[in-house]
Design a protein around this ligand. Structure first.
Ligand code: AMP
Length: 287
């Protein structure tokens, strides 16, 4: 296995990828914002299994942050990330600068309507424009054949799938399951900003979602269950609770009542102090 190479410019990246493509190799990309954890590494593993070459991108994308504090305090651990990625067998770590991604005069935004409205799109205006724009750029820069995303950011995957279909981007999107701590908390780069007390309270998020998903599958009233879930999160110290919603997996439309063939997900986002956590679980099929 060759050692991992770190590349910072699109020209160098293109040169490397051109050589791979000429050799007929399939290229996979795992886009991240760094501060890597086992969730990101599960995407790298999936990419290694399905591609000959793997690029992981680390870029804290200013365009997708609607909150200046969140952008400044977002953890940045590039050296540790590089070690983890090298050990995981990544071929190229692509870490462009903001100036490289958004040079003076940059004026394009990709807006995906429909699936990007409501949920995180409602709570974070402009967020999915930033995501779609940077992901499209990363696809064009890497010219990857396949890209790997986590189910934890369920709406994000839907936005990217819609963009890829609408713009005829020649790339396959692969979704990977959410990796969790042993106690159930979804792994997230933001978890490292939780203090001990918040870390304990954070557990209420996956527990509430799991309990409510089970109750809804057993026939509980959806609106009432969602209201109870919000109240339980608030009682545990989440403030504000941005949303707790039941949405169809296929198109993210709200689900008011489960039918035997409904495939739905319970999705939530809520704040503990200055840390915003999101999570989601599938609702077991009813009937
Ligand atoms: P981020 O660095 O948070 O932008 O995430 C980069 C990618 O890793 C996205 O596709 C996320 O959905 C995915 N990801 C983040 N956390 C997890 C997790 N706990 N399990 C699986 N994938 C994850």
């Amino acid at each position: 296995m060759q050692p991992m190479e770190t590349i910072n410019t699109v020209n160098d990246l293109r040169m490397r990828v051109r050589a791979w493509k000429q050799a007929g190799q399939r290229v996979g990309v795992v886009p991240t914002m760094g501060a890597l954890h086992a969730g990101h590494l599960s995407l790298v593993r999936a990419a290694r299994a399905q591609a000959d070459r793997v690029i992981t991108t680390v870029f804290v994308n200013p365009m997708q942050f609607d909150n200046a504090d969140d952008l400044t305090t977002y953890p940045r651990t590039l050296e540790a990330d590089a070690r983890l990625l090298a050990d995981a067998g990544v071929d190229v770590l692509y870490a462009p600068t903001a100036a490289q991604m958004y040079p003076p005069g940059f004026a394009t935004r990709i807006t995906v309507s429909g699936v990007s409205e409501g949920l995180c799109g409602g709570a974070r205006p402009g967020h999915f424009d930033g995501v779609a724009t940077v992901v499209c750029k990363l696809f064009m820069q890497t010219l990857a054949d396949c890209a790997f995303f986590g189910e934890k950011d369920f709406q994000q995957v839907q936005v990217i799938r819609r963009m890829v279909a609408d713009l005829d981007l020649p790339i396959e999107i692969v979704t990977c399951p959410t990796m969790r701590e042993p106690d159930g908390l979804a792994l997230s780069s933001r978890n490292r900003r939780l203090d001990a007390e918040q870390r304990k309270a954070a557990l209420t998020l996956p527990r509430t979602l799991e309990d409510c998903a089970r109750e809804i599958a057993a026939g509980a009233d959806v609106a009432q269950t969602l209201a109870q879930a919000t109240a339980r999160l608030a009682a545990a110290g989440f403030d504000p609770v941005d949303y707790v919603e039941l949405r169809a997996e296929a198109d993210l439309q709200p689900v008011g009542k489960m039918a035997p063939d409904t495939r739905a997900r319970l999705l939530a986002a809520a704040w503990l102090g200055s840390v915003r956590l999101i999570d989601g679980v599938p609702v077991p099929p009813v009937g």
